[in-house]
Design a binder for this molecule. Sequence first.
Ligand SMILES: *Cc1c(COP(=O)(O)O)cnc(C)c1O
Length: 276
Amino acid sequence: MLNLPTTFLFSGGGSGVLQGTTCEAILCTLTAARDQMIDKIGRENIGKPVVYGSDQTHSAAFGLSPDSLRSAIQSDIKSGLIPFFSCATIGATSSNAVDPLGPLCDVAKDYNIWVHIDAAYAGSAFICPEFRHFLRGIEGAHSYSLNAHKWFFTTLDCCRLWIKEPSALIKALSNDPEYLKNKASDSKQVKIPSNEAMACAQKLGASNLRNFIRGHVKMAKHFERLIAVDKSFEVMVPRNFAIVCFLVLPLMLGNPKQKLLGGEEANEFNRKFGIH
Ligand SMILES: *Cc1c(COP(=O)(O)O)cnc(C)c1O
């Protein structure tokens, strides 16, 4: 049995963010790793960075072999290319292959390559300690993702991306537009998920969600009070939440002397009124 490495806990400085899909998670981490590399090698070399993965990386068991990774890296370096990213898989899509994480991370470390671990499907299994041995060596990786929409009873889209050092991701993806700024984001005390993902997700927090709902109920109460004192309306059913059910009484329509329509006539009027 293996305990989860502390490098992938908040206490180790890591950070998690929900992405839409594994493809997005990989694209985001690739962008972070690429920008980090471009900072070092300069924009004029943007054509040189190379990415590695096995032929089972989403589409050998069929695991990616550390020896073949090392020799591919060496030959690419000889041809003037710059290795910067590799993707290892735990539970490949078609073969269920698990790459040897530890040895792959060791090779990647020698060349300063970012390692992302794609556990889209199998990742959910590691809630059970008896499967955690597949994670052996994960502490050498830079990022890790799993799809809650595969085996965690969640609907699309919910990919959980964990990143060991989130600053590279934030640097690459944050855009900090004026319309997303507020007191909390300015204070830097809260995490802004849209700075770590492509989607413009905002974390509201439980108290904001409560305020949102209470605000709607308050508006509904106010509306209910207004129509309760107006003879042109009748509140039909007691209001529980933020929905106010009411009838329009035909009396209001231009002719105050007209007798109030009742029963089916009033209903008919409201049916028409609602439709038009
Ligand atoms: C399903 C799967 C993916 C693709 O996931 P999306 O969320 O659709 O992008 C990638 N990698 C593996 C190993 C998968 O099983």
